[in-house]
Design a binder for this molecule. Structure first.
Ligand SMILES: Nc1ncnc2c1ncn2[C@@H]1O[C@H](COP(=O)(O)OP(=O)(O)OP(=O)(O)O)[C@@H](O)[C@H]1O
Ligand SMILES: [Mg+2]
Length: 505
């Protein structure tokens, strides 16, 4: 085997009250796709931030091509051939693609001035060579997440990176874009670039990685060739125990309709959607990313405009929902990942966030409220196994998956009669997914009704009583539980109307 390009040697890191990494060592070789797996809060992102020089390790070293290095920050990392592709790229949104690519190493003309035209031409040439269909002068903010990631890959290549880190790169992109990303990963690997790939998606991991390392509670549990591993072993390494392959669906008696929406539209994303949700039912909504599923639920929840000629019926009574507060007041909850609208207050503590929705009204007295908040928060920390030193910890300090669990807790606390989950297990590890499935079972058993938007087929088919499939803002088909079939769902999900035969079904 070739000499390692990168080595982690006994990396240890503590934050106040938590030991995050405990003597982690592994090597990375040129042309290797090395997956890093582990439960939410296991320390994956922290290890990568140490590699990028964002945090310093308490002890241990990093070696690049056999030489110990002190990496002082992301640009230092980049100049040493180490690039990281982040999921959110806020700082560069107002730059063009070319400006972003040449940020910090602008091409200059004879007078020493930045040569925009040369940079545009070079960018165009690079993107063309990499077959990335994005124009050099587009603003970054006008690109899709997948396109932004491809531009970041181009940037890593332009900098001749030897190591590229991808931290959950596929959590917000469509299946088609995943294929494009994987093609590029394949090419990078062939040209000798080493990739560290972080994801909770098993299928992806087995498809593209050569080696898999597992972190648990900050310690490296195993490093092995992917070909020698199976899913069960991997889960045991991650979780520390075995998990059943199957999680049984809870059998619940299904009652009368609780929510009826007729011919609902929210142009341009949602057209003429009708649903009827029954008591105790889990109504699944399948489809590809961009099919208008989130837009549909967000519009009748009052987050975005939308409407219908007939009123929305809640328990048979017409209701008007103009703002999210109207929906919440009537016992409807929407769990999304969109932090801007319904998500998290990153400046607040875990306890404050969990009780954000409704405690303020209930408890005008601050002391009483704080005590109640803490008690309730402790209960949810326990139930969903949120990894945090205590309920006073700032939410911004939690790992990505644990932040998502706080969002869930917050909505469960409202004891809704209807709860809408929009991709609830995105970024959530496999053990915690089970916790969430159990919780959905508990909810319907108590008479709650659930709308579940999910892109994960096993989850959608495993939990739903009925599935509506969306494509281009419309329902293209509905399957009852006995008819559930992955192929059929995918077929309906990619049924794009062409203008001529709109009337057919
Ligand atoms: N700045 C910080 N201050 C205090 N604790 C932190 C800080 N950053 C991370 N942590 C803690 O370190 C632990 C590891 O977090 P990290 O983000 O590395 O997890 P992860 O493996 O990437 O998880 P996920 O799969 O959820 O993204 C968590 O318990 C987290 O709360
Ligand atoms: Mg992480």
């Amino acid at each position: 085997m070739t000499a390692p390009i990168l080595q982690f040697e006994a990396i240890t890191k503590r934050f106040p009250g938590v030991r995050v990494l405990d003597g982690v060592s592994f090597d990375l070789h040129p042309g290797e796709v090395h997956a890093l797996m582990g439960e939410n809060g296991a320390g994956k992102s922290t290890l990568m931030k140490i590699l990028m020089g964002i945090y310093r390790p308490d002890s241990g070293r990093i070696l690049i091509e056999g030489e110990p290095v002190e990496i002082t920050g992301p640009s230092d990392a980049l100049s040493r051939g180490v690039a990281m592709i982040h999921q959110e790229l806020n700082p560069v949104l107002d730059m063009t693609v070319a400006e972003n690519l040449y940020l910090g190493r602008e091409l200059r003309n004879k007078l020493g001035l930045a040569d925009a035209r040369a940079m545009r031409a070079a960018t165009r040439e690079l993107l063309e060579r990499l077959e990335i269909p994005v124009a050099a002068d587009r603003l970054m903010r006008t690109l899709s997440v997948a396109q932004m990631q491809l531009v970041e890959i181009a940037k890593a290549i332009a900098f001749e990176s030897k190591v590229i880190v991808m931290d959950e790169p596929t959590s917000a992109i469509t299946e088609a874009d995943v294929e494009i990303l994987f093609r590029h990963i394949g090419r990078l690997r062939e040209s000798g670039v080493a990739i560290i790939y972080i994801s909770h998606k098993m299928e992806e991991i087995f498809r593209i990685s050569d080696t898999i390392s597992v972190l648990r509670d900050g310690a490296l549990i195993s490093t092995a060739p992917a070909s020698e591993l199976d899913e069960a072993t991997l889960i045991r390494d991650m979780v520390g125990r075995s998990l059943d392959e199957n999680f049984p669906k809870r059998e619940v008696e299904i009652g009368e309709p609780v929510l009826e929406i007729d011919h609902w539209s929210s142009p341009p994303m949602v057209q003429d959607v009708s649903i009827s949700l029954r008591k105790g039912e889990v109504l699944g909504i399948g489809g590809l990313v961009g099919a208008g599923r989130s837009e549909f639920v967000e519009s009748f929840f009052g987050i975005r405009p939308g409407g219908s000629d007939s009123p929305v019926l809640l328990n048979g009574e017409p209701v008007r929902i103009k703002r999210p507060q109207d929906a919440i007041r009537r016992g409807i909850a929407l769990v999304t990942e969109d932090r801007k609208v319904t998500g998290l207050n990153l400046e607040g503590s875990v306890a404050e966030n969990i009780s954000l929705v409704n405690l303020k009204q209930l408890f005008p007295s601050t002391i009483l409220r704080q005590r109640t908040e803490a008690r309730i928060a402790d209960d949810y920390i326990d139930r969903l196994r949120i990894r945090t030193p205590n309920s006073r910890q700032l939410v911004s300090r939690l790992s990505g998956g644990n932040q998502q669990k706080v969002v869930l807790s917050k909505w469960l606390l409202t004891e809704p009669q209807i709860i809408i989950f929009d991709d609830p297990t995105r970024g959530i590890d496999i053990g915690a997914k089970r916790d969430i499935y159990t919780l959905i079972g508990d909810l319907v058993e108590k008479g709650c009704s659930v709308i579940l938007i999910s892109s994960e087929m096993t989850e959608l088919m495993g939990l739903s009583d009925r599935i509506h499939v969306f494509a281009e803002g419309r329902i293209t088909g509905t399957l009852e539980r006995p008819e559930f079939d992955q192929e059929r769902i995918l077929e309906l999900a990619s049924q794009f109307g062409d203008n001529n035969d709109d009337g057919t079904h």
